[in-house]
Design a protein around this ligand. Structure first.
Ligand code: DMJ
Length: 452
């Protein structure tokens, strides 16, 4: 008996050091989930107090801001499904009433097809799927019909802007991200309405980009939607291309259409061949010319941090984990991540931090796939620096400069749709949301997988 007690005591002393250090549970997940929820309420209360009914909050001016002159209720639409996930029943009920009583797309304004699709079509479809009220779907279908004229170019790739009332279009030079980040929303709208037109238009747009890839399999930064000619041939995973790759993979996973898997597999192979750049043992994805593969730039930034999430979803965990280490290094090195910096010189190119979610999104995916506590610790660092540097009495604000901490005057709707949602999900039990039953659109609105 004494022998057994001694053995047990010895085991209890030694056991913690048998478990790899980075796998040990050191974060109180529930505590952090509650902190994130409280910070969401802090941000939402500020929106209610100073910007109620407007698109977004200007926390320093203590006022509201509307993207197109009059409001489309962007923050409420973007924040609604986060409230549902957080179990904020009262807030969700008042937000639902606000949206259903006021949101009206019959406005004579030129909107950006991509932004309106990912925030509103995505937000309304997710609201319908998780709340069940048919009026969300009616609004989504009305919006979908108004966006369709955007695809009336010679190739079928959408113009940048479309007028929601007249159907007129503007700006024929578009980019792969804005052309290729519509499929999850338009595909889901087709499934829910039984009208295939949305699916077909969005799929053709993606295929038009893909078939214009270069001989080495890369796409450029801008393309004319009428002539089909590339305007800017720089290739990368940054803004203007980023979510094109994200949606190739996610369209296959959400809609079960194998054509997207074929496009993703060959595209990501080219990306993984030509863009990676290792400096001081750290993996980065830089910029190259789409035709030659020659390096054109060694910059990386906040938006690029989406890629570890996509790579892990595509089951390429090794690259995903390596790149996430670099994204975390970027965050720590500057105290909070800049919009863009040069990973060779470590000079900041664009010094803003606009409350972006991508670094947290990737930590959430990687924690899901590995259950390694180091991703919880990353989340803790992200949360603490945002609370330290961006929190005001009146909500949260962007930074103009990550070094000087000079404040901006904007709380983007994606802070409530994405940044706080991904942090909350990272620290929450998986039963808050079954990861395997949904695909997040690029604005973090979960859409249900139903074909399996
Ligand atoms: C969001 O609107 C989306 O995540 C988009 O894909 C990129 N930009 C913002 C967040 O950074």
């Amino acid at each position: 008996m004494i022998k057994f007690s001694l053995l047990l005591a010895a085991f209890l002393i030694i056991a913690p050091s048998i478990v790899p250090r980075n796998k040990r549970m050191t974060i109180d997940k529930e505590k952090y989930a509650q902190i994130v929820k409280a910070e969401f309420l802090h941000a939402w209360d500020a929106y209610k107090k100073y910007a109620w009914g407007h698109d977004e909050l200007k926390p320093v001016s203590k006022s509201g801001f509307d993207w197109y002159g009059s409001s489309f209720y962007m923050t409420p639409v973007d924040a609604f499904d986060t409230m549902l996930l957080m179990g904020l029943k009262d807030e969700a009920a008042e937000t639902k009433e606000l949206i259903l009583n006021n949101l009206n797309f019959d406005q004579d304004v030129f909107v950006q097809n991509f932004e309106i699709t990912i925030r509103f079509l995505g937000g309304l479809l997710s609201a319908f799927e998780f709340d069940g009220d048919k009026r969300f779907l009616t609004l989504a279908e009305d919006l979908g019909k108004r966006l369709l004229p955007a695809f009336n170019s010679k190739t079928g790739m959408p113009y940048v802007n479309v007028n929601l009332k007249t159907g007129e279009t503007r700006n024929e030079v578009n980019n792969p991200a804005e052309i290729g980040t519509l499929m999850l929303e338009f595909g889901t709208l087709s499934r829910l309405t039984g009208n295939s037109i949305y699916y077909d238009k969005a799929k053709n747009a993606v295929q038009q980009v893909y078939k214009r890839r270069s001989k080495i399999g890369l796409v450029g930064t801008t393309i004319n939607v009428n002539t089909g000619e590339w305007q800017d041939t720089e290739s990368h995973i940054s803004g203007m291309i980023d979510s094109y790759y994200e949606y190739l993979l996610k369209s296959w996973l959400l809609l079960g259409d194998n054509d997207f898997k074929v496009m993703y597999d060959s595209s990501i192979a080219a990306v993984n061949h030509f863009l990676p750049d290792t400096v001081d043992n750290r993996l980065w994805y830089g910029k190259v010319d789409m035709n030659t593969g020659q390096r054109t730039n060694t910059t990386f930034g906040a938006l690029d941090a989406f890629l570890p999430a996509v790579l892990s979803l595509g089951r390429d965990l090794k690259r995903a984990e390596d790149l996430q280490e670099s994204c975390f290094f970027m965050w720590k090195h500057f105290g909070i991540e800049p919009e863009e910096f040069n990973y060779k010189t470590m000079q900041v190119a664009y010094p803003q931090y606009v409350l972006r979610p991508e670094n947290m999104e990737s930590a959430y995916y990687l924690y899901h796939f590995t259950k390694n506590d180091k991703y919880l610790k990353m989340g803790e660092v992200y949360l603490k620096s945002i609370m330290d540097k961006c929190r005001l009495d009146e909500g949260y604000t962007s930074l103009q400069n990550v070094s000087t901490r000079e404040k901006g005057d904007k709380m983007p709707s994606f802070f409530l749709a994405e940044t706080l949602k991904y942090l909350y999900l990272l620290f929450s039990d998986e039963n808050v949301l079954d990861f395997n039953s949904v695909i997040f659109n690029t604005e973090a609105h979960p859409l249900k997988i139903v074909f399996r």
